[in-house]
Design a protein around this ligand. Structure first.
Ligand code: U2P
Length: 224
């Protein structure tokens, strides 16, 4: 019995140090990472799930959200840092949150993404969200997805092909499609620390993120 308790305590300690349980990983330090992943979420899929349907700003159909910025994530070649410690408690000013709402769909998301990921970029909230915008602006959302009026059954490869066509500098190894259940959830596009497109790491291995042949993109709603 005593061995059992000791074993459990040891396993919990191992999980905290190596497994990412808890507020921050012991090794994660602001500014220490290998590349960035831009996560572009298909907002209609997020709002189609019962859990999120009532998120007011994003899902009340006031604005026709299509692909939105979920986040810009500092990544290790394998895994990623999160909730990095800063000297000062992270604080995202209201005026900065307001400025981000054209490309990010919720105040809570803006704050959450800075605390979890922005802190690990080593950048202040102002500099981090300016970077999010510069990187987002490098990507052209294919015309066909901007105002999708009916549900679209599509393969992950076709979604990727549309993005490659709209973005000549984007290559297949720089992008991954994420699905959840039968729906397209998001796209991950990888950038170097100096803001240029680059091949993704193992975090974005396609077969881990979406293995389905056909997925659905629910239509864009609202804003009429
Ligand atoms: O995939 C589920 C959630 O895990 C976090 N995530 C995933 C992949 C990755 O490379 N980095 C990463 O942080 C995201 O958490 P969030 O930012 O939403 O809290 C993702 O949604």
């Amino acid at each position: 019995m005593r061995i059992g308790v000791r074993f459990i305590v040891l396993m919990i300690a191992v999980l905290f140090v190596f497994g990412g349980v808890g507020a921050s990983h012991a090794k994660d330090q602001a500014g220490k990472f290998d590349y960035y992943a831009l996560a572009l979420s298909w907002s209609p899929s997020y709002c189609a799930s019962a859990k999120h349907a009532r998120d007011s700003l994003q899902c009340n159909n006031a604005r026709p959200f299509a692909f939105v910025v979920h986040g810009l994530w500092p990544q290790y070649e394998r895994g990623w840092p999160q909730n990095c410690r800063l000297r000062k408690r992270p604080w995202v000013p209201e005026t900065l949150i307001d400025k981000m709402l054209d490309i990010m769909p919720s105040r809570k998301l803006v704050i959450h993404e800075y605390k979890k990921h922005g802190t690990c970029s080593g950048l202040s909230p102002d500099a981090y969200f300016a970077l999010v915008r510069r990187i987002y602006k490098q990507i052209t959302i294919p015309e066909r997805f901007q105002r999708l009026s009916k549900p679209l059954a599509i393969s992950p490869d076709e979604v990727e092909a549309e993005f490659l066509k709209a973005n000549p500098a984007l290559k297949p190894e720089m992008v991954s499609i994420v699905c959840r259940g039968s729906r397209l959830s998001e796209l991950r596009i990888c950038f170097s620390r100096d803001e240029t497109l680059q091949a993704c790491g193992v975090n974005e291995t396609q077969r881990k993120l979406c293995n389905s042949r056909k997925i659905v993109m629910p239509p864009v709603r609202g804003g009429q």
